[in-house]
Write a new protein. Structure first.
Lengths: 312, 299
């Protein structure tokens, strides 16, 4: 990414003829337009987030959107709220196991797919992409129907009563996130330097040792990015969660949706702000870790989660 | 991969067995998950879509096509979805293309930061980003009041209209349009633009004949990435449209949970999936046309 940019900049500086600049009267207007367009788009992207965060510090007790002074009271109220606490606990106890499972399953499958023939790989590809492109609402409802039907069957055959709860939510979240990790890790694998693996084998390293010392360190950034993405996607998910949740397994997004239906309060904004802060902290930590990882292995420090996501 | 690299001649049977076992173990968990939580639910809704509604809701076995016929006789939610997703995709393109172009060619040393800023909304909760518009578009909030004072209208009601839903759609899916556009434009050879201009082409001519064809793959990928989730959207019309803009996703939920007519909902769901697959197949064909090797990469 950097090398062509540098070459381009150098080329432009050296070769731009002065004559054309004089002729091109619209250059200034066009440049100005692009800058304005970009600025407005970023404003559009961040305005809603900023509004939520600012209004979370609103001291008001009446209208949510009328500024009544700065206060932290709504954060105190939110943190003392039993419902919020239960939702927070549920959110963590769903997102964490989900992230571990999805990361393990996705990474294993990406490695396994390197060892199989075209046909099996194609079958897996179809399923992976299906799990991503089939609309979330369809997956959510179909999974709900599957669970409801099979729970009924299990009860009538074995007398065992299964219920909707954290377990059903985790199971449903792991599906989508496994595909995500699989794609991230596979993108990394295909971009990897194979000669190192061959060299290691030529030097009589066992396959396991080659994996541990050569493949794994190179895969780690993708695995970590996958873990963090799985965590946040599960932590933030609403659609699938709402359809496969049961009594007592409400998560933070479900709490927020319930509040939204009744009318947003500053407490809603406080909970939302804490969720935003937590997600961004995860992004930041992941970024730091990737930078540290890159420095340690002597590569450029520029691998970012953003890049990994846009590349995959 | 690693084990075959050093292999000269056939490997002993024991090693081959162990290698096969390892491969199976590696693929097993993901395979089970795909089978139980993706294939099984999809098979169930395909089977149910040919059934009839049981007396007190749910599914009763049958083999009829009534549900599909009904879905075609009442296509309003589908048409609304198609309209909203098409307009939404075009708007994302109009907003996303100049931004991607700016990022790829003019952002300079701020590019990394600006890309990260684009990823941040993508990482934060969809639900929060959507309900935030309630605060902006709400009756006692900024924008509506501003519009009232500008236009002199008594009361500007944006929430609950298709416009609010459209704002939500474009807002939420814009980054998915910008990423692939940025990637293609960033890889573009800028000397082509210089050459075009040296050969006397104007700004518009250069854009139309050089930049646009080069950006086309990214443009198509971005459009697909935006269009598909818009077709299946459920939360945004629920929150910003007050459920009045009735999309496919909302019709599905009504069928399954309110009318408890699982077969009817299943038929709609199958229909929606078929649309997705057709769209995607068209996309894969577009990407691979004129190429010998196939590539199925979507993301």
């Amino acid at each position: 990414m950097t090398a062509p940019a540098v070459a381009r900049a150098a080329g432009r500086g050296a070769r731009r003829p002065a004559a054309r600049q004089r002729v091109d009267r619209w250059a200034g207007v066009v440049e100005g337009y692009f800058r304005l367009h970009a600025a407005l788009t970023y404003a559009f992207l961040f305005l809603p987030i900023i509004v939520v965060v600012v209004l979370a510090f609103n001291a008001t007790t009446k209208a949510t959107t009328v500024w009544g002074g700065f206060s932290l009271r709504w954060f105190q109220i939110a943190l003392a709220d039993e419902v919020v606490r239960d939702a927070l606990t549920n959110s963590f106890w769903i997102a964490i196991p989900n992230a571990f499972m999805a990361t393990a399953f996705g990474t294993m499958a990406a490695l396994g797919l390197q060892r199989v023939g075209r046909r099996i790989r194609l079958g897996f590809d179809v399923l992976t992409y299906m799990s991503i492109i089939v609309p979330e609402i369809v997956i959510a409802l179909a999974t709900l129907i599957l669970f409801a039907t099979s729970f009924d069957a299990i009860q009538s055959w074995f007398g065992l009563k299964l219920k909707f709860g954290r377990e059903t939510i985790i199971a449903a979240h792991v599906l989508f996130n496994t595909s995500l990790v699989l794609l991230l890790v596979r993108a990394r694998l295909s971009g990897m330097d194979r000669t190192l693996v061959d060299a290691s084998a030529d030097l009589f390293a066992t396959p396991w040792r080659t994996f541990r010392q050569i493949t794994w360190p190179q895969l780690l950034p993708a695995v970590i990015a996958g873990f963090l993405l799985s965590f946040t996607f599960s932590f933030d998910d609403f659609v699938i969660t709402t359809f496969v949740s049961g009594p007592g397994s409400s998560t933070l997004p479900l709490f927020i949706f319930g509040q939204v239906k009744r009318g947003v309060t500053p407490e809603t904004n406080a909970v939302a702000t804490m969720m935003l802060a937590f997600t961004l902290a995860m992004l930041f930590v992941g970024q730091l870790f990737l930078g540290w990882q890159a420095r340690r292995s002597g590569r450029r420090a520029g691998i970012s989660i953003g890049e990994m996501v846009t590349d995959a | 991969m690693a084990s075959s690299a050093s292999g000269v001649g056939p490997r002993p049977i024991g090693e081959r067995l162990r290698s096969g076992l390892l491969t199976t173990l590696l693929l097993l968990p993901a395979g089970i998950w795909y089978l139980v939580l993706l294939v099984a639910p999809l098979v169930i809704i395909i089977v149910f879509s040919f059934g009839t509604r049981a007396k007190n809701g749910g599914y009763a076995p049958a083999f009829v096509f009534d549900n599909y016929v009904r879905a075609f006789q009442k296509p309003e939610p589908f048409i609304t979805s198609l309209q909203m997703a098409t307009i939404g995709t075009i708007l994302c393109l109009l907003v996303g293309l100049p931004l991607a172009y700016y990022l790829a060619t003019r952002a300079g040393r701020y590019r990394g930061v600006l890309i990260l800023l684009l990823v941040i909304p993508f990482w934060t909760s969809f639900l929060i980003r959507t309900y935030a518009w309630l605060l902006i578009l709400g009756p006692d909030a900024g924008l509506a009041g501003f519009l009232e004072s500008v236009t002199g209208a008594e009361q500007v009601q944006i929430l609950g209209t298709p416009i609010a839903v459209m704002i939500g759609l474009v807002y939420n899916y814009l980054p998915l349009m910008v990423f692939p556009l940025y990637v293609t434009l960033e890889r573009m050879d800028r000397t082509l633009v210089e050459a075009s201009k040296d050969l006397g082409a104007g700004r518009w001519g250069t854009f139309r004949q050089v930049t646009l064809p080069i950006a086309l793959p990214g443009l198509v990928t971005g459009s697909i990435l935006v269009f598909i989730p818009m077709m299946g959207e459920y939360v945004i019309p629920q929150i910003l449209g007050y459920g009045r803009t009735y999309l496919m996703g909302n019709a599905l939920v009504t069928d399954f949970l309110e009318a408890r007519n699982w077969p009817s909902g299943s038929a709609r769901a199958v229909f929606l999936i078929v649309i997705m697959i057709v769209t995607l197949a068209g996309y894969v064909w577009f990407v691979n046309r004129g190429r010998k090797t196939r590539e199925v990469s979507v993301l």
